[in-house]
Design a protein. Sequence first.
Lengths: 444, 444, 444
Amino acid sequence: MLYDAIRSLPIVSPHGHTVPQWFSDDLPFADPADLLIIPDHYVFRMLYSQGVALEDLGIGVAPEKRDPRAIFRHLAQHWHLFMGTPSRGWLEHTLRAVFGITETLGPDTSDVIYDQIAAKLSTAQFRPVALLESFGIELLATTDGALDDLSPHASFARKGRKTRLIPTFRPDSVLDPMAKGWSEAMAQLGALTGEDCTTMAGWRAALMARRQHFIHHGATATDHAIDHLATEWLEAGTAQKLLEACLRGRADDAAKRRLYNHMLIEMAQMSIDDGLVMQLHAGSARGTNRALTDRFGADKGADIPLPQNWVRGADGLLNRVGNDAKLTLIAFTLDESVYARELAPMAGHWPALRLGPPWWFHDSPNGIRRYLDAVVESAGYWNLAGFNDDTRALMSIPARHDMWRRAVAEHLDAQIAAGRFGMTDAERIAQWLAVGAARAAYRL
Amino acid sequence: MLYDAIRSLPIVSPHGHTVPQWFSDDLPFADPADLLIIPDHYVFRMLYSQGVALEDLGIGVAPEKRDPRAIFRHLAQHWHLFMGTPSRGWLEHTLRAVFGITETLGPDTSDVIYDQIAAKLSTAQFRPVALLESFGIELLATTDGALDDLSPHASFARKGRKTRLIPTFRPDSVLDPMAKGWSEAMAQLGALTGEDCTTMAGWRAALMARRQHFIHHGATATDHAIDHLATEWLEAGTAQKLLEACLRGRADDAAKRRLYNHMLIEMAQMSIDDGLVMQLHAGSARGTNRALTDRFGADKGADIPLPQNWVRGADGLLNRVGNDAKLTLIAFTLDESVYARELAPMAGHWPALRLGPPWWFHDSPNGIRRYLDAVVESAGYWNLAGFNDDTRALMSIPARHDMWRRAVAEHLDAQIAAGRFGMTDAERIAQWLAVGAARAAYRL
Amino acid sequence: MLYDAIRSLPIVSPHGHTVPQWFSDDLPFADPADLLIIPDHYVFRMLYSQGVALEDLGIGVAPEKRDPRAIFRHLAQHWHLFMGTPSRGWLEHTLRAVFGITETLGPDTSDVIYDQIAAKLSTAQFRPVALLESFGIELLATTDGALDDLSPHASFARKGRKTRLIPTFRPDSVLDPMAKGWSEAMAQLGALTGEDCTTMAGWRAALMARRQHFIHHGATATDHAIDHLATEWLEAGTAQKLLEACLRGRADDAAKRRLYNHMLIEMAQMSIDDGLVMQLHAGSARGTNRALTDRFGADKGADIPLPQNWVRGADGLLNRVGNDAKLTLIAFTLDESVYARELAPMAGHWPALRLGPPWWFHDSPNGIRRYLDAVVESAGYWNLAGFNDDTRALMSIPARHDMWRRAVAEHLDAQIAAGRFGMTDAERIAQWLAVGAARAAYRL
């Protein structure tokens, strides 16, 4: 019953990785493989773990040389591998609820289902913008580099669609001296803003200018991908010296890391001024399969979680800005052992801190159940940031929000059964977790 | 049914932080805010996390300048924040079962409920000692500094009340060279005992004398608050040199820590001789919000758990004394990941080791469920130390024991349903976990 | 119902520690204590934790000086200690299902039950080989030192029994320079194979020869016991220098460890060539109670789990061989916090990696439930290696497989109830987890 009360609420998606051009151009998706398999690392990593070559899935293959029907058959033949995984739940939801397919996927039905999907993709109601509207997506945030001009967002906004499409400021390329191509990106940043990025003051001014550009296009948040969370405030002279060393290529990894750790705090201070919510996604060891990264590039399924220490790692940041309620920090972790030990007690204390939903591998029925079990007793419901789907798989958005809403309803049903609170309170919390918390945390 | 068999058993509270003068003086509590909010860091930390200033809750405000009714309204207005937290469960139990209040707390009922509580507090049956008796508290342990004269305990004992009030020896101030004011405390320790605390032999003798003083006043246990658990036995000469360096202010943090780590083992050896049970509360990073600590002092809601390694940390201690069944060590952790991995296997091996109940953030329905789920299979029930409420919130004591007993009964009902054992065994274990294990572990 | 479909399937036991001579000699077991208590560290560790001396349990006592009936009484008197533990479940199953005993064990029934067991042990159907067959054990793997001649396996094989008895190659004694007696073992290895083990090439050739010897006697797997997992590929010159330093006694622990970490990768490369599956049992601090180890030797109940970092620890190994589907690596951990964080995401990516079942302290109903809850969503069912009992307690083998099968059935029933998949898929998975996955992972 609780589920019924929230299942049809609009979708608020304040963090994700869809491509803004999809919506500004509104061209049809190429084919079922291009839509459902090639961009989805959840899907191809599992196939790869059981011996399917990435090339056979079209990864690292030029679009014109791919055989999408054959790629789709690989999924169909290995469909049993996904039993018990959220990917299977999302794909089943997509096939059934979005494409209206009633057959069960398998080797025998692969071609038939492929044809059904392909046929739909060519119709008007399966264009990206029509999908946004039929999915009931009220707001969709993309994630965009600090140097992006955001013209797709501007173009989309001019069309006056029902869905609000907003960018998110992801400055890692110009913030993290360890990032590949940082020096070049810094030069571009200077050129774009007319600031002298060889000084801390100029770098700061340039970043502030880019943030204003994002705000102008609707952004309400920044995002930071951090492998090992550490934060330390540096005196002005120290920071300037490190910046110069980094720019001259004379800094070692420790020095680069120190400057980055400082810049995270600078970002938080800018957030106090300009109001952008700050997201910290910490704890993924990126590209742990180096042969794969060398051949196919980033995001090929070998990013694996790492333990994190949020108490130590966020210490510099929180002791500088954490008492300021004008700031909202949203923390995401892939290390579940910190939920009850660190993040929930911290969110139940620091005015600036909110907990993001289970992320990535833990965005799943069990992951959500363990999260709510671990965090609510110390953080309550009002220090949570609701849900985000964090996906580049457009078709999975309604499925992911539905999975969250079901898990929330199950959690609340159990709370009622245990006598923790009654139905009226549970309904209030259900609404909050389904959409209210995301709107509040992201200032939408 | 299992719950019904244990719900009305007497309360044995072998570890907590109530104030002994409450019971020796037996004066009425000042007002509802002074009773329920100002001393309860669980309560004010949550309010603070959502933007309520500590000053508005009377923290850091002289008693005569506080407006207790206004403080209470802050709780009432933010009562929804506590949904799903154990604090709400405890406070609801207090309002309903102790004060007989039937209205639901909220902005509209704040003043009415405030008045009802205030009226009761002025009556004889709400004096501290009357509460002890109406709560069915058979024994209550306080936590007391090594230099305390324990006169409130002596005075209370002379009155011949039904409840036994005993002190606990907490020597951190004279044991830990890193503790604030350690040198002065050492001088006082010397003066009080007539021992020369500049020698290891004198220090030891002084500590033994204070332990005897506590034993004389009924103590059966010591307690140690440890942020990062480590233990190492030092040769006599090394220890003496470190002591001298610490006293002369020439020791660095590592040297101070080393001496403290050694002294924990000395304490354990004294326990073998004098029979005091030794409690280790390990793994809280104290005062992580430094601005708050500077303004308001310790215990203001910013103590956050840290990961611990009990295998390595207790190695020196256990290899020196852990095989001696004359010793009882009770281990408490805030890092749940060590339950199944370290503490339960250790408790299922070392004769001296018992596991304390879930502590602090984990003293909650989910926390207790996860604890029993994780520890029983390796440690069994007989290596557990039962429950302690560990609270300075007097009114919450019956609520906390009730929450434990409900969670124990639920656990045992599930064990019966799973065919692990039958009702007769379950009843035996229920009695054990409700009161028997605490009496046994604390030698009451 | 799912349980009924798998409860009577044959037992496939691809990893364990029974003694091959039991089956080649087929002599009766000496007495109930020798069978059920003295070799079972799960049992005597719990008794020891509650003050029973190991000597009183016959540990460290010559067989002719033991009083088995008195030893058995210790178990009976302390039988309540085991409530809630898997040991109690296994022993109850053994008493009831294997020995047909209907009384409940306790001080009053100790002698009667002892006599019943003793009487059965003297009969033909309680000889080791008869038990293998009555237990329905299709295959049983033992664990054997690299230098073993495997004559018991050869002798057993010649008899043409229904059960297949195979060895497992456990080379720690000749692979790990930190292992006690490594130099002597290396000399023996050289003598046995005629290779010059003072060169890397010779050492490698010797190990390959011993692996062939094991393969000849039926082995399909190797096994490695690792306290702290780390792997690093060394250039040929570096490895040779470290080997020489180790042989000459000039290497420190770090150097020894580095050579061992390299040799694990050499083993994996040999596995690609000869097809032996590689098992990694990582994360046990061995012999943490040094007084006990000194008096009674290894495996006396003081091995305690340690935290592990599989992402970092297996990095060298996986980046060298993990993309090769010809290799099967099976990972076992005692640190449950890595299931969802590291091992399941890794198994859902690396073609070579499979996850072993919950091990040791976690081979229990709750342990299995937590394992499936944590790993399936990221790894699926097809990256799991099924079950192994890993026991030296022969009588417990059917009980352990039964506990796994019950827990699997409960997990799958819950998945069906949650709508994750239907009965047909669940039955397929149940078969897979009960026997299919073990056969596949171990190439049986």
